[in-house]
Design a protein around this ligand. Structure first.
Ligand code: SAH
Length: 214
């Protein structure tokens, strides 16, 4: 049987099994979030059939929805907790925020392109997600109005100065996850944890994200 003979639900289960066997999905509650949220609801109609292939896909304005394995890795690194208040830079389609929504208390997600902010809002309200607030604007300096945050996730590439700046909006023991490196080129998926006021950084592996707009 070809992949396209399977129903979306079957394809979703196959993708989840793949992400588990590769070690990208580790935690039961994160696996449940991947089961609950349908990626096809965050894609343009013509790409719905590709929703459960493990690839980034275009969402307009030169931007992309990250590949499921990247969403899995970043979500796991964030160690989401039911009490968390999260800041995301780069709402895009709203999919990453949707995956986080059942795992945390509240998500503020900033999106540079007005049209994509509207798209994310539409996608999230269509899927009846109510704990995500989409904020149109430039997130390169974070979002002081609701700081400090338990966790910060950045889904566009940022330089180390921006990483350090954003981390100032973290609570003690807070975690930031971001692709850090050149705007056009290869970045390193990097985390920082605030311990006694200073940031303990850890570098993971090379990755390529769309650049931060300013
Ligand atoms: N999390 C998204 C991935 C979107 S790709 C999803 O799940 O679909 C990264 C997004 O970051 C793009 O939508 C891009 O427009 C946005 N972005 C780039 N620079 C930004 C900035 N300065 N502030 C906020 N968003 C930004």
């Amino acid at each position: 049987m070809a992949f396209n003979d399977f129903s979306p639900e079957e394809k979703k289960e196959q993708l989840i099994s793949h992400l588990k066997s590769e070690g990208y999905l580790k935690t039961q509650k994160v696996i449940e979030a991947f089961r609950r949220i349908r990626r096809e609801n965050f894609l343009p109609k013509e790409l719905e059939a590709s929703a459960y292939s493990d690839h980034p896909l275009p969402i307009g304005y030169g931007q992309t929805i990250s590949a499921p394995h990247m969403v899995a890795i970043m979500t796991e690194l964030l160690e989401p907790k039911k009490t968390d208040k999260i800041l995301e830079i780069g709402a895009g389609s709203g999919y990453q925020a949707a995956i986080l929504s059942p795992l945390v208390r509240k998500i503020y997600t900033i999106e540079f392109y007005l049209e994509l902010a509207s798209l994310a809002k539409r996608n999230l309200s269509r899927t009846r997600i109510r704990n995500v607030e989409v904020i149109p604007g430039d997130g390169s300096k974070g979002y002081l109005q609701k700081a400090p945050y338990d966790k910060i996730i950045v889904t566009c590439s940022i330089p180390m100065e921006t990483f350090n700046l954003l981390a100032k909006q973290l609570k003690e023991e807070g975690i930031i996850v971001a692709p850090v490196g050149p705007a056009y080129g290869i970045q390193t998926l990097t985390t920082g944890r605030k311990v006694k006021g200073s940031l303990k950084k850890k570098e993971y592996f090379p990755c390529v994200f769309v650049p931060l707009r300013t």
